[in-house]
Design a protein around this ligand. Structure first.
Ligand SMILES: O=C(O)CCC(=O)C(=O)O
Ligand SMILES: [Fe+2]
Length: 483
């Protein structure tokens, strides 16, 4: 068989995964936890030869947990203003990117003056997880148990699941130095993850989805079928609209280059061709972009936790965006297939599937979101945030965003870099900045190889100083996408 990527499949375990023993109350168990390697290894140098530089940026993910059977309101208090963030349904969690010293509080749903619990965010990682538990009497199990008697059996089950998660979190943090931001029981990602062992590490992967050399005529760019049976391509099948692609090329190589090891960030030059960019921007011309609404890192359980409209002046995201489904055009479908090859994720996982396609995956739905088209004008930005959210404690799959692919559609704007302020390195306290270049893709993972959410994946789109920025992004989930 012809080799299609630089990575040979082996049973080798990622050396950053270390076994530790924990106990959440039902006996000792083993877990393979991600332990951040010594920074020297990122430079391929002997252990201890380099020292990690503490970044100037001191923000991180603050996760709030409502361990009560009542709906509560979550407020942020800062800069002299009190801002309602969102509602939390019973036993749900949510979060936001925060900084040491920030103040938050919970109130009952209809009593804004009653503060059920207040927090001042501490340093990382101590300040990661904020719990409101009205039943707990510190150091008195008997009284706590008596208080818990008000819970129904179902509520008690959720409460106990949270207790296991919190207990695991503490043991995991003692072992790894990081907070456990996922639910207890979350497994290692099912999807393939490219290794990023040292700066500049490269991987290559081939794709049959070669570049479009010209934009096909409009009548060939109509939406395609969503029927799984119409989507299956055998290896030997010709790719769609091949007469408009680069001539004489049946496969194309893509090279991933590691920009950061913790978090794992790669750049891929020339992922999109000029013609593909032209097509996407043409589509964009017919799309009515809306002001971006995301501001606080949500829990995935949007069905429960209503967000509230961010107040003017507190928006973390000032760009405009729109969702573009994969089936919108055959060229977009090709870009999804190429993205699947890049991530080494079967393309069928990135669309609605037939019964015989990946029956081991518990849903038929795509495990990714629609492409998101984003436009930033002068001064617009997306302040530091995480792409992940928190799955509900009773989500049997613990689905969460896994990887983000950003595709830049233009270049030479001033500002507009994608920054990773917490990248682990031994040289500078400044953020890692990726400069947009037309056709370039950036890949980063929001999960760690042990299934935890990667707090260090925090990133921002720097404000546009001059010009504008166009980009599309693709969010891939693991193991399933649930809303
Ligand atoms: O615009 C960028 O460079 C980053 C965008 C981003 O972080 C997002 O859309 O989640
Ligand atoms: Fe993002």
């Amino acid at each position: 068989e012809e080799q299609t990527c630089s990575w040979t499949e082996t049973s080798e375990v990622d050396p950053a995964l270390k076994e530790f023993t924990y106990d959440v109350g039902d006996g000792p168990k083993q877990f393979l936890a991600y332990v951040e390697p010594d920074v020297s290894s990122f430079y391929q140098e002997p252990e201890g030869s380099r020292k990690k530089v503490i970044p100037k940026f001191n923000g991180f993910a603050a996760k709030f947990i409502n361990l009560s059977n009542k709906k509560v309101k979550h407020y942020w208090e800062g800069n002299g203003a009190t801002v309602l963030m969102r509602f939390y349904t019973p036993f749900s969690s949510g979060g936001t990117a925060s900084f040491p010293g920030h103040r938050f509080f919970f109130t009952p749903e209809n009593e804004p003056d009653v503060r059920l619990k207040e927090w001042v965010v501490e340093d990382y990682p101590a300040g990661n997880i904020m719990v409101y538990d009205p039943y707990l009497v510190e150091g008195d199990e008997e009284k706590t148990e008596a208080n818990l008697a008000v819970l129904s059996t179902d509520e008690r089950e959720l409460y106990d699941m949270w207790q296991k998660t919190l207990s695991f979190h503490e043991q995991y943090r003692n072992f790894t130095g990081r907070s456990w931001l996922a639910n207890y029981g979350t497994e290692a990602p099912k999807n393939f993850m490219w290794r990023s062992d040292y700066f500049g590490q490269t991987h290559w992967v081939t794709t049959k989805e070669t570049h479009f050399a010209e934009v096909p005529p409009a009548d060939l760019l109509e939406p395609i079928s969503i029927q799984p049976s119409a989507r299956i391509l055998k290896d030997s099948d010709e790719r769609t609209l091949s007469e408009y692609r680069v001539k004489g090329q049946s496969t194309m190589n893509m090279t991933l280059r590691a920009l950061s090891c913790a978090p794992r960030v790669f750049e891929i030059e020339n992922f999109l061709s000029e013609a593909e960019i032209e097509h996407i921007l043409e589509l964009a011309g017919g799309i009515n972009l809306k002001a971006s609404t995301t501001g606080d890192v949500g829990s995935n359980s949007n069905r429960n936790n209503e967000k509230v409209k961010p107040e003017e002046g507190t928006k973390t995201r000032t760009s405009f965006n729109s969702w573009v489904p994969r089936e919108r055009s055959p060229v977009l479908d090709a870009i999804y297939r190429r993205s699947g090859d890049l991530l080494r994720i079967d393309e069928s996982l990135l669309r609605y599937r037939g019964d015989d396609e990946h029956p081991e995956v518990p849903t038929k739905k795509a495990t990714c979101e629609s492409l998101q088209l984003v436009h930033y004008g002068q001064t617009q930005e997306y302040t530091s945030h995480h792409d992940f959210g928190y799955s509900s404690i009773d989500d049997p799959y613990n689905g969460a965003r896994f990887a983000t692919l950003l595709f830049y559609l233009n270049e030479e704007m001033e500002g507009g870099q994608t920054s990773f302020p917490r990248w682990v390195n031994a040289e500078t306290f400044r953020e890692l900045q990726v400069v947009p270049k037309a056709g370039k893709a950036v890949l980063f993972y929001s999960q760690l190889p042990d299934g935890n959410l990667d707090d260090f994946s925090q990133h921002a789109a720097k404000p546009i100083v001059d010009g504008e920025k166009w980009l599309i992004n693709l969010w891939v989930w693991d193991p399933v996408y649930e809303t």
